[in-house]
Design a protein around this ligand. Structure first.
Ligand SMILES: NC(=O)c1ccc[n+]([C@@H]2O[C@H](COP(=O)([O-])OP(=O)(O)OC[C@H]3O[C@@H](n4cnc5c(N)ncnc54)[C@H](O)[C@@H]3O)[C@@H](O)[C@H]2O)c1
Length: 373
């Protein structure tokens, strides 16, 4: 992630210091960028001169002392709170008083990281999506300690990099990794109940729902180890709210080493010559699957707005620009009708008697008032 972010900043004309304590990783970042830029030159997206300038603007370093003159540092090291806190405290002793210290963490509390600094007002979350040069979304996450000035400077800067920024509260999963949970969780639940197999669920979501990838193809792409770890961490961080309960099916796949594409086996077999299973192209079953996952996603998006995690506009923007959803979930809800979404959720709740299916209060209030988002 760090090298992708360095590429973005350098392409926008900044002098960049890319620091990694591991020399092998530094070399990999340097040669990786050279290859990426070579391809961009071949495709005539940038000129040879520009490619050279982008590369010379990046200084590769193995010492944090080289950050001395920086105005902004975006940390993208290992996802470990104690290590990040140590690094932030160390950085503060090197940089100027006005330097903004940002973290690209996907799951840790920004407040906790900021607490390691003498001046926590200068600390903020700037969360990119992978690959950073291609994905337009960046979540801007002020901690409770962050000053308004830090938020404004950081957001204005990232906006000037032609990224789409959304503002989110410092809560588990921020917007995208919170709202997207049912895309995986409800798909796994549908499979566990024997309602459909992986291929049929993926077919329903792509063919009938318009999603670029079905949930099982996507989990195999992300890696079941990584996706399971995020689910478990979000579940624990929300004090074990049943809505975020992880799935044993995914846990077993991770335990088996069936991570997905990277290990050649996940929900699907990616070994040479393997044939992907055919979905059951039953429209009525497919619609049932799509609707069940979709109303759960909408419910999560509604609750994020209800709990002031982000605005309606930013929640919709985050899901379309961060994970390529075909439509903003709340716009989708308006189209389907909020009373219709609520009816489907209440039917699930009445049937299962599980808190997992409880409808967001905001959804219920708006539906009752005949309003949309
Ligand atoms: N991979 C993703 O899709 C993704 C997406 C968004 C955010 N993130 C976040 O970005 C961060 C990095 O993730 P990643 O996937 O790039 O990890 P990674 O393990 O690929 O890279 C981390 C790099 O940090 C270096 N490092 C470790 N400790 C260091 C230190 N003290 N000083 C300097 N360098 C150090 C390591 O050598 C390594 O090269 C994490 O906080 C992660 O949550 C990752």
């Amino acid at each position: 992630m760090g090298s992708g972010i360095a590429q973005v900043a350098s392409q926008c004309g900044h002098e960049v210091v890319l620091c990694d304590t591991n020399a092998v990783q530094l070399e990999k970042a340097k040669s990786g960028l050279a290859k990426t830029l070579e391809k961009l030159v071949e495709k005539q997206k940038i000129g040879a001169d520009e490619s050279k300038q982008i590369q010379t603007r990046i200084q590769y370093s193995s010492s944090v002392n080289d950050f001395e003159k920086c105005d902004l540092i975006i940390e993208a090291i290992i996802e470990n709170l104690e290590i990040k806190k140590t690094v932030f405290s160390q950085l503060e002793s090197i940089v100027s008083e006005v330097c903004i210290l940002a973290t690209n963490t996907s799951s840790l509390s920004v407040a906790s990281i900021a607490s390691a600094c003498k001046n926590p007002q200068r600390v903020i979350g700037i969360h990119f999506f992978n690959p950073a040069p291609l994905m337009p979304l960046v979540e801007i996450i002020p901690a409770v300690q962050t000053s308004e000035a830090t938020v404004k400077t950081a957001r204005d800067l990232v906006d000037s990099w032609k990224k789409v920024t959304v503002l989110t509260k410092d809560t588990p999963g921020f917007i995208v990794n919170r709202v997207a949970r049912p895309f995986y969780g409800e798909a796994l639940r549908i499979y566990e109940e024997g309602m459909a197999d992986f291929a049929t669920i993926d077919w329903a979501m792509t063919e009938l729902g318009g999603f670029k990838m079905g949930p099982f193809t996507l989990m195999d792409y992300i890696g079941n180890d990584v996706n399971y770890a995020v689910t478990e961490s979000v579940f624990a961080s929300f004090y074990f709210d049943p809505r975020y309960k992880p799935s044993l099916t995914q846990k077993r796949h991770a335990e088996a080493g069936w991570y997905g594409r990277k290990t050649g086996r996940g929900y699907y077999d990616y070994s040479a010559g393997a044939v992907l299973p055919e979905p059951l192209k039953d429209e009525s079953l497919g619609t049932e699957i799509l609707n069940r996952i979709l109303v759960m996603l909408i419910n999560e998006a509604a609750d994020a707005v209800f709990l002031q995690i982000a605005s309606v506009k930013d929640v919709d923007m985050a899901m379309t620009k961060g994970v390529n959803y075909p439509k903003g979930l709340l716009t989708w809800a308006n189209e389907i009708g909020l009373d219709n979404v609520l009816k489907q959720l209440d039917e699930l709740y009445n049937e299962y008697h599980e808190d997992r299916y409880r409808a967001s209060v905001l959804l219920r209030r708006l539906a009752k008032a005949g309003k949309g988002f």
